[in-house]
Design a protein. Structure first.
Ligand code: SF4
Ligand code: SF4
Length: 280
């Protein structure tokens, strides 16, 4: 049985696919988007998170720590009287995760389903595939960057009912600059969805000065035009609170763009191509 690592489970999610959903967040992502607001989803190891702002410096956490450098052992988590410390990341087998999901499955099978998000859930494709196969009768979706080998993408899509995928930037050079990776595989995987029958939704995180120009919207709309299984395009406006969790991980948030600038969302470009849109 495959082992995987998750960092959260969210109940009653209403923006992660059709109906009301349970969302499971898998840890690990091959991209490094400048605007990422879930930095605890990036690496595939457990990490200590601390809400420093409310710390009273009582010293209880330091008193129980036996390590020079944090190894995310979790020993200091229960001793904090204010509950300011937590470990993001839990290893478990596919069977254990499926059992937890199935414990609440009655509600979600009636009103929505289960969505796997991240991080990048397809980075743990073997683990994810085993979990998906253990959830018969549940509506299953992923939220993915689409950054993976096409055969991996097709295998996982074949086990799903619905796909939510990002197309962050159409221009390959800009994509590499702002996410750390080329977008060729992403566009190849998006093309597969466009040519198929699996219902899917495209999301565009709209980042000031990065991808909020008409050329980017127009290229993306032209690429998606005519895709029969495409439900709509959703825009996710950039929020200035995106950097909030970096400090909890001991990291600095240094976005490579003007995070204070306003954004432009050209919904009209997509309507020219007959594609419905929504701003979240
Ligand atoms: S999780 Fe806490 S106790 Fe464990 S190594 Fe890190 S700081 Fe020390
Ligand atoms: S135990 Fe909690 S309140 Fe006390 S020093 Fe550690 S983080 Fe701060």
């Amino acid at each position: 049985m495959e082992k995987g690592i998750i960092f959260d489970r969210k109940e009653f999610a209403v923006f992660d696919g059709p109906g009301i959903r349970q969302t499971v967040f898998l840890k690990g992502c091959p991209l490094r988007c400048s605007w990422c607001h879930n930095p605890e989803g990036l690496c595939m190891q457990p990490q200590l998170m601390v809400s420093h702002a409310s710390c009273t410096h009582c010293g209880r956490c330091a008193a129980v720590c036996t390590h020079e450098k944090c190894v995310a052992c979790g020993a200091c988590v229960p001793v904090c009287p204010l509950g300011l410390r937590k470990i993001a990341g839990e290893f478990l087998t596919s069977g254990e995760l499926a059992r937890r999901i199935l414990a609440d499955a009655g509600y979600y099978s009636r009103y929505g389903g289960i969505t796997f998000s991240g991080g990048e859930p397809l980075m743990q494709a073997d683990f994810l595939a085993e979990v998906l196969e253990m959830l018969p009768g549940l509506h299953k979706a992923v939220e993915t960057s689409g950054y993976c080998e096409p055969d991996v993408f097709r295998r996982i899509v074949g086990l799903l009912d619905y796909v939510i995928m990002d197309i962050k930037l159409f221009d390959g050079e800009k994509h590499r600059r702002y996410t750390g990776a080329d977008n060729r595989r992403i566009l190849e995987n998006a093309e597969y969805l466009c040519g198929g029958r699996k219902p899917f939704l495209i999301r565009i995180p709209v980042i000031p000065g990065v991808n909020d120009d008409e050329e980017n919207f127009r290229s993306t709309a032209a690429f998606l035009a005519g895709a029969e299984a495409l439900e709509r395009v959703e825009f996710l406006p950039y929020h200035q609170t995106a950097g909030a969790k970096y400090g909890m991980l001991g990291l600095e948030y240094r976005p490579d763009f003007d995070a204070d600038a306003g954004i432009r969302i050209c919904r009209s470009v997509f309507s020219e191509y007959g594609i419905p849109t929504e701003v979240l």
